[in-house]
Write a protein of this length. Structure first.
Length: 87
């Protein structure tokens, strides 16, 4: 399972996202991949997974299908994401 957060570093949500990433790493020992939607690769990723709201956390299965996603400012708990990541 691949966990990705799509967000803009130059946004009002930056501190919330980076705090979540730091806390997730501290509690699970694992990293969350980040993608900037303003880069060429980020734009392609967002088109592929129909991401139009930032920040978005998305759990992607090994076959590339979306298992779960959370959009906007209402972040899941770290436990929720860690449980899904271990699925």
């Amino acid at each position: 399972m691949r966990i990705v957060i799509v967000y803009r570093e130059a946004s009002e949500h930056r501190m919330t996202v980076e705090s979540f990433i730091r806390d997730y790493r501290f509690r699970t020992g694992k990293d969350i991949e980040t993608i900037n939607p303003d880069t060429r690769d980020g734009m392609s990723f967002c088109r592929l997974y129909d991401i139009v709201e930032y920040p978005t956390i998305i759990a992607i299965m090994d076959d590339g299908s979306v298992y779960h996603s959370w959009r906007g400012q209402h972040f899941p708990t770290i436990s929720e994401v860690a449980t899904i990541a271990n699925t």
